[in-house]
Ligand binder design. Structure first.
Ligand code: DC
Length: 218
Protein backbone atom coordinates (compact mmCIF):
# COMPACT_ATOMS: atom_id res chain seq x y z
CA UNK A 1 0.00 0.00 0.00
CA UNK A 2 1.34 3.42 -0.91
CA UNK A 3 1.73 6.15 1.73
CA UNK A 4 -0.19 9.35 1.02
CA UNK A 5 0.21 12.80 2.55
CA UNK A 6 -2.50 15.32 1.62
CA UNK A 7 -1.94 19.04 2.06
CA UNK A 8 -4.75 21.48 1.36
CA UNK A 9 -5.10 25.17 2.01
CA UNK A 10 -5.72 28.59 0.52
CA UNK A 11 -3.55 30.30 -2.09
CA UNK A 12 -0.27 31.59 -0.69
CA UNK A 13 -0.22 29.46 2.46
CA UNK A 14 3.11 27.93 1.37
CA UNK A 15 1.73 24.53 0.38
CA UNK A 16 4.11 23.85 -2.49
CA UNK A 17 7.25 24.95 -0.60
CA UNK A 18 6.30 22.77 2.36
CA UNK A 19 5.05 19.81 0.31
CA UNK A 20 8.27 19.74 -1.73
CA UNK A 21 10.35 19.73 1.45
CA UNK A 22 8.33 16.93 3.03
CA UNK A 23 8.56 14.88 -0.18
CA UNK A 24 12.33 15.34 -0.28
CA UNK A 25 12.82 14.42 3.39
CA UNK A 26 10.70 11.28 3.04
CA UNK A 27 11.76 10.29 -0.49
CA UNK A 28 8.16 10.55 -1.71
CA UNK A 29 6.92 12.04 -4.97
CA UNK A 30 5.56 15.58 -4.85
CA UNK A 31 2.34 16.02 -6.82
CA UNK A 32 1.33 19.61 -7.58
CA UNK A 33 -2.34 19.35 -8.56
CA UNK A 34 -2.67 23.11 -9.18
CA UNK A 35 -0.24 22.66 -12.10
CA UNK A 36 -2.67 20.19 -13.70
CA UNK A 37 -5.52 22.72 -13.51
CA UNK A 38 -3.13 25.30 -14.96
CA UNK A 39 -2.23 22.98 -17.87
CA UNK A 40 -5.93 22.57 -18.62
CA UNK A 41 -6.17 26.38 -18.56
CA UNK A 42 -3.37 26.65 -21.14
CA UNK A 43 -5.28 24.29 -23.40
CA UNK A 44 -8.52 26.29 -23.05
CA UNK A 45 -6.79 29.65 -23.58
CA UNK A 46 -5.13 28.37 -26.74
CA UNK A 47 -8.54 27.46 -28.08
CA UNK A 48 -9.75 30.99 -27.42
CA UNK A 49 -12.32 29.94 -24.84
CA UNK A 50 -13.42 32.63 -22.37
CA UNK A 51 -13.17 31.90 -18.60
CA UNK A 52 -16.93 32.35 -18.20
CA UNK A 53 -17.86 30.10 -21.17
CA UNK A 54 -18.83 27.05 -19.15
CA UNK A 55 -20.30 25.17 -22.11
CA UNK A 56 -17.21 25.85 -24.19
CA UNK A 57 -15.00 24.58 -21.36
CA UNK A 58 -17.09 21.42 -20.98
CA UNK A 59 -16.90 20.66 -24.69
CA UNK A 60 -13.21 21.45 -25.08
CA UNK A 61 -11.80 19.80 -21.95
CA UNK A 62 -12.25 16.30 -23.38
CA UNK A 63 -9.55 17.08 -25.95
CA UNK A 64 -6.91 17.82 -23.34
CA UNK A 65 -4.81 14.83 -22.45
CA UNK A 66 -2.92 15.78 -19.30
CA UNK A 67 -0.28 13.55 -17.74
CA UNK A 68 2.77 14.00 -15.60
CA UNK A 69 6.33 12.79 -15.68
CA UNK A 70 9.30 13.29 -13.41
CA UNK A 71 12.54 14.61 -14.88
CA UNK A 72 15.47 15.16 -12.50
CA UNK A 73 13.01 14.95 -9.63
CA UNK A 74 10.85 17.78 -10.99
CA UNK A 75 7.21 17.33 -11.96
CA UNK A 76 6.71 17.97 -15.66
CA UNK A 77 3.14 18.46 -16.86
CA UNK A 78 2.47 17.18 -20.36
CA UNK A 79 -0.44 18.60 -22.33
CA UNK A 80 -1.11 16.33 -25.30
CA UNK A 81 2.54 15.28 -25.04
CA UNK A 82 4.00 18.81 -24.81
CA UNK A 83 5.89 20.01 -21.72
CA UNK A 84 3.91 23.08 -20.66
CA UNK A 85 5.73 23.80 -17.38
CA UNK A 86 7.22 27.11 -18.62
CA UNK A 87 3.71 28.40 -19.42
CA UNK A 88 1.94 27.67 -16.15
CA UNK A 89 2.85 30.54 -13.84
CA UNK A 90 1.24 33.57 -15.47
CA UNK A 91 -1.68 35.59 -14.07
CA UNK A 92 -3.75 34.81 -17.17
CA UNK A 93 -3.29 31.08 -16.73
CA UNK A 94 -3.93 31.32 -12.97
CA UNK A 95 -7.19 33.14 -13.55
CA UNK A 96 -8.33 30.69 -16.21
CA UNK A 97 -7.41 27.78 -13.90
CA UNK A 98 -9.45 29.32 -11.11
CA UNK A 99 -12.45 29.75 -13.42
CA UNK A 100 -12.28 26.40 -15.23
CA UNK A 101 -11.61 24.38 -12.06
CA UNK A 102 -15.23 24.97 -10.98
CA UNK A 103 -16.47 22.89 -13.94
CA UNK A 104 -17.24 19.32 -12.72
CA UNK A 105 -16.06 17.63 -15.97
CA UNK A 106 -12.65 19.28 -15.63
CA UNK A 107 -12.40 18.15 -12.02
CA UNK A 108 -13.49 14.56 -12.74
CA UNK A 109 -10.80 14.18 -15.36
CA UNK A 110 -7.99 15.52 -13.20
CA UNK A 111 -9.13 13.88 -9.95
CA UNK A 112 -8.99 10.48 -11.72
CA UNK A 113 -5.38 11.09 -12.72
CA UNK A 114 -4.47 12.28 -9.21
CA UNK A 115 -6.05 9.21 -7.60
CA UNK A 116 -4.08 6.91 -9.90
CA UNK A 117 -0.86 8.66 -8.86
CA UNK A 118 -1.71 8.28 -5.17
CA UNK A 119 -2.37 4.56 -5.66
CA UNK A 120 0.82 3.93 -7.57
CA UNK A 121 3.37 5.73 -5.39
CA UNK A 122 4.12 7.29 -2.00
CA UNK A 123 3.12 10.90 -2.56
CA UNK A 124 2.83 14.29 -0.95
CA UNK A 125 -0.01 15.91 -2.88
CA UNK A 126 -1.12 19.50 -2.47
CA UNK A 127 -4.23 21.31 -3.66
CA UNK A 128 -7.67 22.35 -2.46
CA UNK A 129 -9.62 19.06 -2.34
CA UNK A 130 -6.96 16.42 -1.70
CA UNK A 131 -8.04 15.42 1.82
CA UNK A 132 -11.75 15.85 1.07
CA UNK A 133 -12.15 14.30 -2.41
CA UNK A 134 -8.98 13.01 -4.08
CA UNK A 135 -7.37 11.02 -1.24
CA UNK A 136 -9.93 10.93 1.59
CA UNK A 137 -8.10 7.94 3.10
CA UNK A 138 -4.67 9.60 3.06
CA UNK A 139 -2.39 8.54 5.91
CA UNK A 140 -1.74 12.16 6.88
CA UNK A 141 -4.02 15.09 6.13
CA UNK A 142 -3.02 18.68 6.77
CA UNK A 143 -4.94 21.92 6.34
CA UNK A 144 -2.20 24.51 5.97
CA UNK A 145 -3.23 28.11 6.31
CA UNK A 146 -2.03 31.57 7.33
CA UNK A 147 -3.81 34.88 7.82
CA UNK A 148 -4.61 36.86 4.64
CA UNK A 149 -2.27 39.61 5.89
CA UNK A 150 0.64 37.18 6.31
CA UNK A 151 0.05 35.60 2.91
CA UNK A 152 -0.16 39.02 1.26
CA UNK A 153 3.10 40.10 2.91
CA UNK A 154 4.87 36.93 1.72
CA UNK A 155 3.70 37.52 -1.84
CA UNK A 156 4.67 41.20 -1.61
CA UNK A 157 8.22 40.33 -0.50
CA UNK A 158 8.51 37.72 -3.26
CA UNK A 159 7.57 40.34 -5.87
CA UNK A 160 9.92 42.93 -4.33
CA UNK A 161 12.77 40.45 -4.57
CA UNK A 162 12.00 40.06 -8.26
CA UNK A 163 12.14 43.84 -8.63
CA UNK A 164 8.40 44.11 -9.28
CA UNK A 165 6.59 46.99 -7.56
CA UNK A 166 3.39 45.90 -5.87
CA UNK A 167 0.62 47.22 -3.66
CA UNK A 168 0.23 45.27 -0.43
CA UNK A 169 -3.44 46.27 0.01
CA UNK A 170 -4.30 45.15 -3.51
CA UNK A 171 -2.50 41.81 -3.05
CA UNK A 172 -4.43 41.18 0.18
CA UNK A 173 -7.73 42.05 -1.52
CA UNK A 174 -6.93 39.62 -4.37
CA UNK A 175 -6.08 36.88 -1.87
CA UNK A 176 -9.33 37.41 0.02
CA UNK A 177 -11.31 37.33 -3.23
CA UNK A 178 -9.66 34.09 -4.32
CA UNK A 179 -10.23 32.54 -0.87
CA UNK A 180 -13.90 33.40 -1.14
CA UNK A 181 -14.16 31.84 -4.61
CA UNK A 182 -12.27 28.67 -3.62
CA UNK A 183 -14.29 28.23 -0.41
CA UNK A 184 -17.73 28.94 -1.82
CA UNK A 185 -17.75 27.11 -5.14
CA UNK A 186 -20.31 24.37 -5.57
CA UNK A 187 -17.92 21.56 -6.53
CA UNK A 188 -15.25 20.52 -4.02
CA UNK A 189 -14.97 23.79 -2.10
CA UNK A 190 -11.83 24.36 -0.09
CA UNK A 191 -12.37 23.30 3.52
CA UNK A 192 -10.58 21.45 6.27
CA UNK A 193 -11.08 17.73 5.62
CA UNK A 194 -12.36 15.40 8.29
CA UNK A 195 -9.34 14.17 10.22
CA UNK A 196 -7.06 16.91 8.86
CA UNK A 197 -4.64 18.61 11.23
CA UNK A 198 -4.85 22.40 11.12
CA UNK A 199 -1.47 24.10 10.79
CA UNK A 200 -1.54 27.90 10.87
CA UNK A 201 1.84 29.06 9.61
CA UNK A 202 1.26 32.79 10.30
CA UNK A 203 3.84 32.85 13.09
CA UNK A 204 5.90 29.83 12.07
CA UNK A 205 9.06 29.51 10.01
CA UNK A 206 9.21 27.10 7.05
CA UNK A 207 11.43 24.88 9.18
CA UNK A 208 8.87 24.75 11.99
CA UNK A 209 6.04 23.87 9.59
CA UNK A 210 8.12 21.10 7.99
CA UNK A 211 8.99 19.67 11.43
CA UNK A 212 5.35 19.79 12.51
CA UNK A 213 4.16 17.87 9.44
CA UNK A 214 7.04 15.39 9.55
CA UNK A 215 6.05 14.63 13.14
CA UNK A 216 2.66 13.46 11.82
CA UNK A 217 4.20 11.08 9.26
CA UNK A 218 5.29 7.52 9.98
O1 DC B 1 -2.49 26.14 -6.43
P1 DC B 1 -2.57 26.87 -7.79
O2 DC B 1 -2.60 28.38 -7.65
O3 DC B 1 -1.53 26.43 -8.75
O4 DC B 1 -4.00 26.43 -8.38
C1 DC B 1 -4.53 26.99 -9.57
C2 DC B 1 -6.05 26.92 -9.52
O5 DC B 1 -6.50 25.58 -9.60
C3 DC B 1 -6.64 27.51 -8.23
O6 DC B 1 -7.36 28.70 -8.54
C4 DC B 1 -7.62 26.49 -7.71
C5 DC B 1 -7.52 25.33 -8.65
N1 DC B 1 -7.22 24.08 -7.96
C6 DC B 1 -8.29 23.29 -7.59
O7 DC B 1 -9.43 23.69 -7.81
N2 DC B 1 -8.07 22.09 -7.00
C7 DC B 1 -6.83 21.66 -6.75
N3 DC B 1 -6.65 20.47 -6.19
C8 DC B 1 -5.71 22.47 -7.10
C9 DC B 1 -5.95 23.69 -7.69
Amino acid sequence: MSYNVAIDGPAGAGKSTIAKRIAKEKGYIYVDTGAMYRAMAVYLLRRGIAPDDREGIEQACEGADISIEYRDGEQVVLLNGENVNPLLRTEEVGNMASASSVVPLVREKLVRLQQQLGKRADVVMDGRDIGTVVLPDADVKVYLTASPRTRAKRRYLELQQKGVTADLGKIQADIEERDYRDMHRETSPLKQAEGAVLVDSSDMTIEQVVERILSLCK
